[in-house]
Design a protein around this ligand. Structure first.
Ligand SMILES: [Zn+2]
Length: 131
């Protein structure tokens, strides 16, 4: 079980690296040390997701303007609900965290980190809610 979990976490990390290598204008991102810290935390969340019966995916939403504060975290819970992906968990937590503010009013200044390229559902939710 531990070996399977380590493999899952390693796979999630490699998927995160693939996403991170896509060209993104540098000025839109926080500094590299912060990105590495956020990605390490996402891998930890992916590991926790496996422990909770989900798939190895984790996500967080941070506010780079506040010194890189992590606002919310998400874990995949697809073992219990097939649409409860890490990104959906984080976006839902963000809505709860920001109340009574609206997510769309705050989201343009935030950054979402995830261990894999978001699926079509999560990409759509991210664009709709955070874009
Ligand atoms: Zn998804």
């Amino acid at each position: 079980m531990a070996a399977k979990r380590q493999f899952s976490a390693a796979l999630a990390f490699l998927q995160a690296l693939v996403v991170m290598t896509e060209p993104v204008p540098q000025q839109q991102w926080s500094n590299e040390t912060q990105q590495a810290r956020f990605m390490r935390r996402c891998v930890e969340l992916a590991d926790e997701a496996v422990d909770l019966g989900g798939a190895p995916f984790g996500c967080l939403i941070a506010d780079p303007a506040s010194g890189g504060r992590v606002l919310v975290e998400g874990r995949n819970h697809a073992g219990r609900n097939p649409i409860w992906h890490g990104e959906m968990d984080a976006i839902d937590s963000l809505a709860q965290f920001l109340k009574p503010q609206r997510v769309r009013d705050v989201a343009p200044s935030l950054e979402l980190y995830t261990t894999a390229e978001p699926c079509a559902m999560c990409m759509g939710a991210g664009e709709r809610c955070l874009g």
